[in-house]
Write a new protein. Structure first.
Lengths: 592, 272
């Protein structure tokens, strides 16, 4: 083991900031992080072993106990459930002969749930040893079970099991006219770096991750910070359930994204960029590395870019299963090899980001748009969209619709038109912006896609009338409780309390006061949480409670109060110890 | 010191670089807190010090004071929300005050008294957590840990060691010990380390010192945590018992017996 760890450490240049990359290598080799490996790593990186454990226990894809040699994770997003995930999971458990959440006794295979894998348009989806399995069904489950029993290496599995389609259904402003490699940089150099920033300012481009901060302003603030080093970070940790547009952009428009990062580097004075790629997109890594190499070989990246004296390079860093790392300061912590816990702000990343140096963090789509703006001019972009929301938005559409996939619309487009295009019928409502966004009912379909109306990072999930509102909300609330980083009290405790309180009501144990209590708890978590995760985690309940109070009220019992736990069940241990099971040893949940 | 912020109608001077809680404490204004301790890197995780700054909720222990801030600290709404957050801390772990050695000297309990918390409100999680009694001098009762990280910070920043870390995610957060066995006995912690004395609850206790002061004669049995905190943290550093202001004397109880003061109130050095 020591030799293997030494190799891994050497590849990471013994840098503690590369701890995630190092642990990914160890996990992939041993199917867990063995205690002896932790000792070697602590010694080699000169960091406390408890720090390594803290990182390993923070990220879902690391384990301190062995997983199966074939580790199968099935996406538990609501979109996968709509496509039949629950019954498929039962079937997989049967054919693989392993209960969900466990490792088979021979150690060959383990099966578990995972948060949305970003393959919502071709689910039910999953991951085997980190690589995506798409459009899973029973025949494929049988085939996978056979391949595993034959112990076939993944490389010998049929390629169609892993096929991920782009599904670009509607190209607009950006996707219709891809920028030729180098055209953005040439246009930027020809115009001059300062004038290029001016052009991005004129375009009115706002961050595409959802928050909508003006891009030019962020770059200008960062450029103005005096420092020996600046950094550019591309946030490709799209973990919001129902979002998969960055997967497609990186698969088919990666050069344009990298070019946007390079332009940003030129403007803010950075020589180093990072692409923080969510762990679920491991399958894109080799392809992206090859693109980066080609860009270096053609003078578009590295030293003296296009002979203009610009030095800039990009490193790809993989996440390891943590939604919170989509929050920019948590992402930076993760890049530094730590648990992804959002920082206190101020200071903001533009002044103190990666390694406390001024850092720009932008979404994949923001960099893609920036390149197009530099080539086509700010006016070209600004004239599309609305006054406050310039340009177009790329949506990931999934759920109950005939044509799930990628759609690009000018800002200001009504939701009804989008639903028509994607072939949605009998619509109950739409989750715009993912679980942290807004659930709109079928009475609001004339509302518009825009920062000033319905803002979204790209997630757009359609539900038809066969779906249960409370079932959807339960899925979202369990997701937030699972993904809370646990740093602050209101979110750490509050998301779990919310999840339990919701379950109590939906499972039919709630009484009148319970909905009032649920709503009060929502406000508490929303108003006091440390970061966007906690501040938005209650949105699924708040937005549906407002629109469908009956969905909650109808679940309530006609009694004044029922305890939040199973009174009789709690006596079970005592009964066993006393060898009693007579009537007097039982309690009813509610007084008669 | 011409710059001021306004807290609940009172103009309070601040100097550049001070956080809101630092300025408030120096001016004798108490803001409830648990994870904050003067002299330690601010953490901002317990959220008890949430104040409203120009309409926005911020953690007073991390948010820099700045000219033009209108801060609401003492409102019924904030008291209520802080009480709820405290109740969250109580139901998350297993806090059984009557049987806890820290009772009366516990800051979690002190804050709960201060906020007039009379019940736990939320359903209990009753997590299964262990006690680490492996060390000859120091006991860790994980049931009472509130993840304030003061011991983590004390060990790193004050003791120059790295005995503790916080691991896990969400409700599964837990305190871990930096030793191959995961036990405290295999670390280099010393009973005189700051980390052994900094815990605001009864999660880290010193063995063979229990119940030397009877319950009922302890700090928060007689004093509001606001008075104690301002006295301890308000600029001049900790004061000997004799220097406690008359306001700290409890009617009918006579003055506070010196023996009631725990090391955390008594001296800064913890025997170092």
């Amino acid at each position: 083991m020591k030799n293997f760890i030494q190799t891994v450490l050497a590849e990471a240049d013994y840098q503690p900031v590369r701890l995630l990359q190092i642990l990914r290598a160890v996990q992939s080799y041993y199917q867990y992080i063995p205690p002896e490996a932790i000792d070697y790593l602590a010694e080699g990186l000169k960091i406390p072993r408890s720090h390594i454990i803290a990182v390993a226990e923070f990220y879902s894809f690391f384990h301190l106990t062995p997983q199966g040699r074939y580790e199968i994770l099935i996406s538990d997003s609501i979109t996968d459930r709509i496509l039949g995930k629950d019954s498929l999971m039962d079937y997989l458990s049967t054919v693989l002969k392993v209960p969900v959440g466990q490792v088979r006794s021979d150690g060959l295979v383990s099966l578990n749930n995972t948060s949305c894998t970003g393959i919502c348009d071709q689910g039910p989806a999953g991951l085997v040893n980190g690589y995506p399995l798409t459009r899973l069904d029973r025949p494929k489950a049988d085939e996978i079970a056979t391949l595993i029993d034959q112990e076939k290496p993944l490389a010998e599995w049929p390629a169609y099991l892993f096929a991920v389609a782009d599904n670009i259904r509607k190209a607009g402003l950006l996707l219709e006219q891809p920028i030729a490699n180098g055209a953005g940089l040439s246009a930027g150099f020809a115009r001059g770096i300062q004038a290029t920033l001016g052009e991005i300012d004129r375009s009115g481009l706002r961050g595409r991750g959802g928050a909508g901060f003006k891009t030019a302003m962020k770059w200008k603030f960062c450029a103005e910070e005096k420092s020996d080093k600046h950094y550019v970070v591309c946030n490709a940790d799209e973990g919001e359930p129902g979002t998969f547009k960055d997967r497609v952009l990186l698969n088919s428009y990666a050069d344009q994204v990298f070019e946007g990062m390079t332009l940003c580097g030129a403007i803010i004075g950075a020589e180093q960029g990072f692409l923080y790629l969510r762990g679920e997109y491991l399958y894109l890594k080799d392809k992206l590395q090859a693109i980066l190499q080609l860009r270096r070989d053609t003078g578009l990246l590295g030293k003296n870019i296009l002979n203009q004296g610009l030095n800039f390079d990009i490193e790809i860093c993989l996440g390891a299963g943590a939604y919170i790392c989509g929050e920019e300061s948590a992402l930076i912590e993760s890049l530094e090899g730590k648990p992804g816990i959002p920082r206190n702000r101020p200071p903001y990343p533009v002044t103190q980001g990666y390694l406390n140096k001024p850092t720009v963090v932008n979404n994949v789509e923001t960099f893609l748009a920036a390149t197009a703006i530099v080539v086509n001019g700010g006016e070209w972009f600004a004239k599309v969209g609305t006054d406050k929301s310039a340009g177009s938005k790329i949506l990931s559409i999934s759920g109950d619709c005939a044509l799930p996939g990628i759609y690009e619309y000018p800002f200001g487009t009504p939701i009804s038109l989008i639903l028509h295009d994607c072939g949605a019928e009998d619509v109950l409502g739409v989750q715009v912006g993912g679980p942290s966004g807004t659930f709109i009912s079928n009475q609001e379909l004339d509302r518009k896609l825009a920062f000033e109306d319905l803002a979204t990072g790209g997630s757009f999930i359609v539900f038809n009338k066969s779906r249960s509102i409370t079932g959807i909300v339960q899925n979202f609330m369990h997701f937030f409780a699972h993904e809370s980083c646990g740093f602050c009290t209101p979110c750490r405790v509050g998301t779990s309390l919310l999840s339990n309180q919701l379950d109590k009501i939906v499972d039919g144990h709630g009484s009148a006061g319970d909905v009032v209590e649920l709503e009060a708890l929502c406000q508490l978590v929303k108003n006091h949480s440390h970061c966007g995760l906690g501040q938005t985690a209650a949105n699924p309940i708040l937005t549906t409670l407002q629109r469908y109070p009956d969905a909650y009220e109808s679940r309530l019992k006609d009694i004044s109060y029922e305890p939040g736990f199973d009174l009789d069940g709690a006596l079970d241990v005592a009964r066993r110890m006393a060898h009693r099971d007579d009537a007097a040893a039982h309690l009813t949940q509610v007084e008669d | 010191m011409s710059k001021t912020i306004n807290i609940d109608g009172q103009n309070i001077p601040f100097s550049e670089g001070q956080t809101i809680i630092e300025a408030a404490t120096a001016a004798g204004v108490y803001i409830p807190h648990l994870c904050h301790k003067p002299g330690y890197t601010p953490h901002g995780s317990c959220k008890l010090c949430t104040v409203n700054v120009n309409g926005r909720n911020c953690s007073a222990c991390t948010f820099p004071a700045a000219e033009g801030q209108t801060v609401i600290n003492n409102s019924e709404e904030l008291r209520h929300d802080r009480m709820r957050i405290t109740q969250m801390l109580f139901v998350e772990g297993n806090h059984l005050c009557p049987s806890c050695e820290k009772s009366g000297n516990c800051q979690l309990q002190g804050v709960a008294y201060h906020l007039n918390m009379l019940d736990n409100h939320f359903p209990h999680f009753y997590p299964l957590r262990e006690v680490d009694a492996s060390h000859p001098d120091i006991l860790i009762d994980h049931n009472r840990c509130i993840f304030c990280t003061l011991c983590v910070r004390a060990s790193r920043e004050k003791d120059g060691k790295s005995v503790f870390d916080i691991s896990g995610r969400g409700i599964h957060k837990h305190l871990i010990i930096n030793s191959p066995s995961g036990k405290l006995k295999d670390t280099n912690i010393d009973v005189n380390d700051c980390a052994a004395h900094v815990c605001p609850t009864g999660a880290i206790l010193i063995k063979r010192t229990g119940y030397q002061v009877p319950i009922g004669q302890r700090i928060y049995d007689h004093h509001q945590i606001s008075e104690v905190a301002l006295n301890e943290e308000g600029g001049a550093g900790s004061l000997p018992a004799a220097a406690l202001p008359p306001s700290l004397e409890v009617a009918g109880q006579g003055s506070l017996p010196a023996a009631a003061l725990t090391p955390s109130l008594e001296g800064a050095g913890h025997g170092k």
